[in-house]
Structures are given as C-alpha cells and as structure tokens.
Design a protein. Structure first.
Lengths: 891, 95
C-alpha cells in the first residue's frame, strides 16, 4: 500500500503540472504561439473527456458484473462519429455560423431565440450533470481510499478529500475557464491540460490492461480461460437493453453539455471533425479492448467480494505494483478532473447566459439595457456558477455518498440529458417544429425521466421512495414508476427511456403540428435547416430594423469590451466600403452584431438587448417566404440555372455572329487579293510585252523605242502609284494611324483642291461651279489629307463625267453643327446596285479600263474622313449624276 | 475528386458511403444480427462474439478513416473561405 502522504505529494505534483501547463499555454496563446493546439489531434483528445472516471473505473466494474454490456457506452459514440456527415457536421456548421454557446443556446436560438426554452434546457442539464459530478468526486475519494489501503474509513474523511478535490477543480476552472467571456473562443489553457489528461488516462488504462494480460494471466488466451462460466452473459446480452444503451450513449455524445462544448462550441475548424470521425472511435476502442482482460483478471485473482469498480487499482496493488497503481490512480484522477472542468465550464456558460443574464435584465430593466458593464456581470456570474455547480455536486455526493455501482448514476444522467434530443434533432431537421412543441416535449419527457428513473435512484437511501416504487403513489399500482400503466419491462432503464422519449417525441410532434411558428422561428428554422445551402457571409435580409449606430456601439462595448467592439465596428465599416468612422446601421449590420453578441451572452439575451436598442424589427413575410420555402429555394436554384443557360445561349450567339463576320472578312480578303493581282497584272502585261518587243526586235526605230519606253515608264509609275495607295489604305485600315488633329480652315483646303483640279477640268472641258460657300469654318483634321480627299472626289467627278456639257457643282453649308460639302456632277450617275460598293476597294463601276486610277480612291477617302470623325456618302437621287456629300464635325 | 470523370457523381457516392457507414455499423452490432455470433466457440482462445464485436469496431474505424480524407477535401469547397483561405484555394474544382 502507498502511504497517503506520498500519494498526496504525487497527486499535488500532478495538479501543479496541470496548472503550469494551462498557465504556460495561456501565456503562449496571448502571443499567438499555439499552432499545435489548433490541430485535429488536440480536438479529438478534448472530445475524449467523454471517458470519465465512470469509464476508467466503472467500465471494468460493468464488465465484471454484466460482461459485454460496457461496450454499448462506446459503440453509440462510435456510430455517431463514423456517421459525422449526417449530424455532427451540421451541428458544427450551425454552431460556428450562429455563434452557438451551448446546447441550450442551440435549441433556444433555433426556436425563435426563446429564453424560456433555454432556461428549461439549462435546468435539465444542471439536474442531469450534478449526479455525474458527484460520481467523479466519489470515484476520486473511493480510489484514494483504496490506494492508501484504507478500506474501513479510518484515514482521512471522505468529505474532506471530496471537498478539497471539488475546491481544487473549481479553482482551476475559474482560473483558466473564465479567461474570456466569448464562449466560442477556445480556453487554450484548459484544452491543453485536458489533452494532456486524455493521454495520461489512456496510457494509464492501457498499462493496467497490459499488466492484467501479461503480468497476471500470462497471455490473451489465458485471460479468457480464466473467465468465470457465462462471464459474457452473451445469451441474454443482445436484447432491448443493448439497443437502448447504445442509443443512449449515442445521444449522450451529442447532447451532454460538456460534449457539445468540446465538439461544437470550441471547434475551430470544421475539417477537424473529419479526423475526429475515426480518431475518437479509435481512442474509445483502445480503452475498451482492455476492459475485459482487467475485469476477468480481477474476478479470477481478487478475493471474492472485492469491489469490481476498483479492479483497475486493486489489481496492480495486490501484485505489489505500487508504481503502476499510482499511475492508474493518476489516470482515474485525470479522467474525473477533466470531465468536471469542462462540464463546469459548459454549465456555467449556460447558467450565466440563460438564467443570470435574463434575470439581471429583468430586475434592473433600465440599468442593464442601457448601462453597466455586462462583461463584469457575466464573468462574475460564470465564476459563481462554477463554484455553485461544484458545490451542488459535492452536496449530492455527501447525500447519496457511497451508493453502489458507479455505472447506474452515469446512465441516469445520460437518460436525463437525452430528453434534449428530440428538440435538438427535430430543430435542425424539421421545418415544422415549433417552440411550443419543443417545450412540451422537453417538459413531459423530463418529468417522466425524473419520476421513472431519477426518483427511484434514491430508493436505497429513503424508504419512502422505496415504498413508492414498490406500490405506486397513493397505492395506485398503475402509476408505479418502474412499471407505468402496468407495462413491465425487465429493465427500469429501458422502461424509463421508452416512456420518457416516447412522450417527449409524441408531444413535440403533436404540439408542433397544432401551433404556428412565429416569423422569427421560421427564419431561424430555415437558417438552421438549410445551413449548407446558405452562402456564408450572406445573411438574408429579412429582419428590418435599425438604430443609432452610437447606441449599438455602446451596447457592443459593454458586452464585448472596448477594444474588440472597436475592431468589430472597424471591420464592418471596411466591409461596407467606408474609409473611416462608424458603419451604417443597416439590417445586415444589426443582424451581424446580434450574432457576435450571441457568441458571448447567448442568442436569446443578445436578441433581447439588441431589440431594446433597435426595436423588435419587422420581418418581411415575402422575404421570409423566399428563404423559408423549400419550393422557393428550388425555384431560385432553377432560376439560376435558367439564367446560366440564357447566358450560355447569348455567348453562343455572339460566337456565331463573330464567326460569320470572320468568314465575310476572309472572303473580302480573298476578293481583295484577287483584285490586287488583277490590277497589278494589267500594267505588268504591257510592260512585259513592250520590253519583249524591244529585246526581240534588233532594229527598232529609235522614236518607236522611245515611245515604247515611255509607255513602260508610265505603266511603272501607275504600278508604283497603285502599290502606294494599297499601302496607304492598309495603313489607314490597320487603325494604327494616330494623326494629331489640328484646327484646319476647311475653306482653304477646298481652295487648294479646286486649284489643283482646275487644270484637269479645263483639259476635259468640265465646268466647275462653286455656289454657296461657308466662310472661316474650322474642323479638326490634317490639312494635307483633307485636301487629298477633296481632290480625290473632285477628280472622280471629272473623270467619270461623260455628259456633253460636263459640269460640277460644289456647295458647302453648315448643318446641325456639321460642315457639309456637296460635290454634284451631271454625269451618268451611279446605278443603285453599286451605291455602296463604290466605297469598297477596287469598287469601280463596271469594268472601265479606259479610266486611269486604282479604284482605291473612295475607300481611302472614306477611311481618312472617318479618322476625322466625318464621313462621305453618295446622296441617292439628288441630281442627274452622282452627288457626293462630305460631312465633318465643326471644331 | 479530380481524378474522376464525373466529380459530382464521385462526390455523391462518397457522401452516400459516409451516410451508410453508421447504418451498416448499427445493423452489424445490434440484435438480431449480432446473435449469429453468440456461440461457444473461440478464436485463438477468445470467444467468437468478442472477436466479432471488436473486428466490426475496428473495421468501422478503418472505413471512417479511409473516407475521412476525401470527405475533408469535399468539405473544403463549401466551407466559408474565412475558415482556411489557403486550403480552399488549393482545391477549387477546375472551371
């Protein structure tokens, strides 16, 4: 046996180690150096607070009494975690998006932020958890007694040990669990300490297990050879109790406040769930696999009548392995303390958010809504709650002290908290669920639980309770707690579970169908149920309300603290695109603020406080329908699809158009090339033939040779001119032209063109009449190029005029801010079919080879004018011949 | 997800498998099916039902572990980018 002093020393050293770890990690967290704490491994280890001292000691006891039954407690969570995609993922997403602080907050928030529901769930949680905490105290004191070899109670008083353990845990929890008021912020120090404890308890249990197999039995087959006959009870094991226990433990892993705290509230990354989905079951199976060997070895080697709940300690002790026994004791201590710490944090959050806050708001109506530091109130109420909860656990432990079978209390607690399941599950799955349904189910279910399971658990201590269980209240046998309405189920737990959950679910469904949800409930319901369909960051703008932004800022400061509130408002202002100052208090801002505050004080209180400032707000029914209605959502989805396909169609059409255009351009290019070749061929042919004559005829007369050479020269000039014009045109068309346009006196340019053409006109006998002239008009252009255009068109009119008395009329006027120059001839005119082609390249009318010119003149002119933002057109049916109209914007 | 010709189908099969796993586990571990293994026989000295129970248990964990990695990648595409901006960029489905 170990001496009490030595054990106390080891124990205190271990506690000191936990304090140091928590302290150091908290300090590092302040400097942001805790990357490894955000890992999925630590997340999984913190979930393993599921394995309390009830697992550490009780599982072996359960196995010694009823064989394989212990496994159900770990199979349920295994099934829930390997099926995380179903439910846990949704809960974690909802928890993160809506800043859920506890299981009570989840249910209250879902059902229209109802404070009443939150209070009820909190009360159930406290009632169900108190015995559980008592159980941990009991296991620590009992194991302490066992390990110092003090079976008959001569040593230190249980009450004293229990009190100091409770006080120590309260101190630890208050020190490291109430560092910040925002529930979603991780308690880094606590998490680190718990992860360490999770490893210690695993290693301790595995060590004892290995010792039981190899140190005592001498191998795995020998272990089972030592088992008493029918040890496994396998013949009647797989009955309704097996199913009920598995279901219960599956419920517990979701609904227990401490499990909800570590799995949902303190989750920092949804992806950690993927790792936990197999790592946590692995942790469970590693513990479970050693339960049977320890139980069998205990039964085989310990004297009859020893407490199987303590085999984990007594087995190594009886074999003289005191070090191992001490390690096992520390393991059991770890599993008890980690559970108590997290449970106290979770419960204190619930109590302070859902009971103390609303009461404080009610009592000092004017005060707390408008002034006062809410943070101080919250922290104080959390610290006091922790102390009170542990005190309650201690009192319960003293009242029921030393009751048999640890496992029984654990299962009672599980069944109590299971009453939360229909509301929670229905809330995130079923649109039709209402707050009255949830409330009715919860109240009826917990009443049934209290009457059929919790009350009978006292029958050993109180004869009155035993009499009631035996014969029913007032002797009414039909109302007996363990055989309600005469229904006899072998097992009281299965009986109570059947009745309580049936009544709970039936009332939940029935009342939900009979009542109408409020608009806020419908909104919250849609947000929760369709959480994966909501685009993050886009809160639907349904609740319309506003408030002076200064008031909201004051409110945020009081709840979040000055600095976080300032950062939050700055962040929102930046998101709204404001450079500085306070954000605009629009709907989405008020909603976001309420969500942020809910992370600290819970959804119901946050809603109450924001409503006090911003008013209850109106919920737009049509917008609510938009998001609440499933069909609307599908419609919206299909509408998006329609939009997408319309978009695709228009893209396809544009592509088709572009393709047609390309084909046309390609045809034009081919056309152009063939025309260019044709144009080049004519002069080339004559050059070739004349040069051949000169080469092949030796005695050409010199004047004839002279004539041929001058023809060759003329054709060469024509070729050069043609090539120059092609180059000019391609330069113009390429769009690379970047003339600096200057104010040009358009009259001067016309004069220059007229004087240039006058020689040719005189030669052909064409009379040019300049009728009306504008004076001193300036346009933005290039003088030389403008002259070239005028000359070009005048030249055309002269060349193609085959009239007997050829005449050209030149008129210029100002029309609508444009300079309009009309050049009309009395020639044959241009057939309607060619009126547009003349402006294209080589667009000569007919195949008139007798006229010199490349056929590019008009195309070039038009290009130049367009560079000046003007144009040239053929005016249809304006006179006997062709009438060109040149337009230029006046500068 | 990227290797498959139809990422939607692959994703659906994956999530279906994730949903089937706990159901299959419950079927295998609950009565009446588990009673099949209640016999007097032993495997390497261990009662058959114990071997069966832990085998199914480990198999569930193994399958869950096997599904976890691809499911995790699937999650990355629908998680708000604020959670982990780098990861969500890395696994965007090709447009």
């Amino acid at each position: 046996m170990l001496s009490a002093d030595l054990l106390l020393f080891v124990c205190l050293s271990y506690v000191a180690l936990l304090f140091v770890v928590a302290f150091v990690v908290d300090r590092r967290a302040q400097r942001d150096r805790i990357g490894w704490l955000q890992s999925p491994l630590v997340y999984t280890l913190s979930i393993s607070i599921y394995c309390t001292s009830w697992t550490f000691y009780g599982a072996v006891g359960s196995a010694a009494r009823s064989g394989l039954e212990f496994a159900t407690i770990y199979l349920g969570p295994t099934l829930v975690f390997v099926g995380w995609w179903w439910l846990l993922r949704k809960l974690v997403r909802i928890g993160r998006l809506h800043r859920i602080t506890s299981i009570a907050d989840l249910i209250s928030s879902r059902f229209g932020k109802s404070p009443t529901l939150a209070v009820f769930v909190t009360l159930i949680a406290v009632i169900a958890t108190t015995p559980y905490i008592a159980l941990q105290l009991q296991s620590v004191t009992a194991s302490f007694r066992v390990i110092i070899g003090d079976a008959d109670g001569a040593g230190p008083n249980d009450a004293v040990t229990g009190f100091w353990v409770a006080a120590g845990m309260a101190l630890f929890t208050i020190l490291f669990g109430t560092r910040n008021v925002t529930a979603n912020e991780r308690h880094h120090g606590v998490v680190a300490a718990i992860a360490l404890e999770a490893l210690v308890k695993l290693f301790a249990f595995v060590a004892v297990g290995l010792f039981a197999i190899y140190g005592i039995a001498g191998g795995i087959p020998e272990v089972f050879a030592d088992a008493p006959p029918d040890f496994l009870h396998s013949d009647d094991m797989f009955s309704s109790r097996w199913v009920a226990l598995t279901f219960l433990s599956a419920t517990a892993i979701i609904c227990l406040p401490r499990q909800f705290q570590v799995t949902v509230v303190e989750n920092v990354d949804e992806k950690h769930l993927a790792t936990a989905s197999w790592l946590f079951p692995l942790y469970l199976v590693l513990l479970s696999i050693f339960v049977l060997p320890i139980a069998i070895a205990g039964l085989a080697s310990m004297p009859a009548g020893s407490n199987p709940d303590m085999f984990v300690l007594t087995l190594p002790l009886s074999a003289g392995q005191e070090g191992l026994a001490a390690f096992a004791f520390i393991g059991g201590f770890s599993s008890a303390t980690s559970m108590v710490i997290v449970a106290a944090i979770a419960l204190s959050t619930m109590v302070s958010n859902h009971i103390v806050m609303p009461v404080a708001l009610k009592v000092s109506q004017s005060d707390y809504y408008t002034s006062g530091d809410v943070r101080r109130l919250l922290l104080a109420s959390r610290r006091i709650s922790i102390a009170v909860i542990l005190m309650l656990g201690f009192i319960y432990f003293r009242l029921t002290g030393g009751s048999e079978g640890l496992a029984a209390i654990g299962l009672i607690a599980f069944a109590g908290i299971a009453q939360v399941l229909p509301g929670a599950l229905g809330g995130v799955m079923w649109r039709g669920a209402t707050r009255y349904g949830a409330l009715a189910g919860l109240v009826a279910g917990s009443a049934a639980w209290a009457y059929m399971l919790f009350l009978p658990s006292f029958q050993a201590e109180y004869p009155a309770v035993a009499a009631l269980v035996e014969s029913g209240p007032w002797g009414l046998a039909a109302l007996r707690p363990e055989a309600f309405l005469g229904l006899t189920v072998d097992d009281p737990l299965v009986h109570a579970l059947f009745w309580s959950l049936s009544v709970n679910t039936a009332l939940f469904v029935f009342v939900s169908l009979m009542t109408r949800p409020t608009p806020l409930e419908r909104l919250q319901g849609a947000l929760f149920i369709d959480v994966f369909r909501m685009r993050p960051g886009e809160s639907p703008r349904v609740l319309h309300r506003t408030a002076p932004v200064e008031d909201l800022f004051v409110l945020a400061q009081r709840i979040l603290g000055a600095e976080p509130a300032r950062l939050l408002f700055e962040d929102i202002a930046r998101a709204q695109g404001l450079r500085s100052g306070l954000p605009v208090a629009d709907d989405s801002f008020v909603s976001r603020l309420e969500r942020e505050l809910a992370g600290t004080i819970g959804a119901a209180s946050a809603h109450a406080m924001v409503s006090q400032v911003a008013g209850g707000g109106t919920i737009s029914l049509s917008e609510l329908m938009n998001i609440a209605d499933e069909t609307a959502q599908i419609l919206e989805y299909s509408q998006q699809l329609t939009e997408k396909s319309a978009e695709l169609e228009s893209t396809a059409r544009q592509l088709r158009d572009a393709n047609t255009k390309l084909q046309k351009l390609s045809a034009q290019k081919d056309d152009f090339l063939s025309q260019v070749s044709h144009e080049l061929r004519t002069p080339m042919t004559s050059i070739r033939s004349f040069s051949e004559i000169l080469l092949e005829t030796p005695d050409v007369r010199s004047e004839q040779a002279q004539r041929f050479l001058s023809i060759i020269n003329a054709e060469c000039l024509r070729l050069t001119g043609l090539l120059d014009e092609i180059l000019d045109l391609s330069f113009l068309e390429s769009g690379k032209v970047n003339w600096t346009l200057a104010p040009v006196d358009v009259g001067a340019a016309l004069d220059r063109a007229l004087s240039s053409i006058s020689v040719l006109a005189e030669k052909d006998g064409v009379a040019i009449h300049v009728d009306e002239r504008t004076g001193g008009t300036t346009v933005m252009a290039d003088f030389g190029r403008l002259t070239q255009v005028f000359l070009n068109i005048l030249n055309n009119s002269v060349k193609y005029n085959t009239s007997e008395a050829p005449r050209i009329d030149v008129t210029s006027v100002l029309r609508d801010g444009e300079y309009v120059l009309t050049i009309a001839d009395n020639g044959p005119g241009i057939p309607a079919a060619h009126q547009e082609t003349i402006f294209s390249k080589f667009g000569r009318v007919g195949a008139r080879q007798d006229v010199s010119g490349s056929g590019l003149g008009l195309a070039i002119s038009r290009e130049i004018l367009r560079q000046f933002n003007g144009d040239v057109e053929l005016v249809a049916d304006a006179g006997p011949g062709a009438t060109f109209e040149i337009r230029l914007p006046v500068a | 997800m990227t290797g498959s010709r139809d990422p939607d189908l692959a994703r659906r099969k994956l999530t279906d498998a994730a949903l089937v796993l706990p159901v299959a586990g419950a079927f295998l571990l609950m009565p009446p099916f588990i009673r099949v293994f209640v016999t007097d026989g032993t495997v390497a000295g261990i009662p058959v039902v114990v071997v069966y129970l832990f085998t199914v248990w480990f198999a569930l964990i193994g399958l869950a572990g096997w599904l976890a990695a691809p499911l995790r990648r699937t999650m990355q595409t629908d998680i708000p980018p604020v959670a982990d901006p780098e990861a969500s960029d890395a696994d965007r489905p090709e447009a």
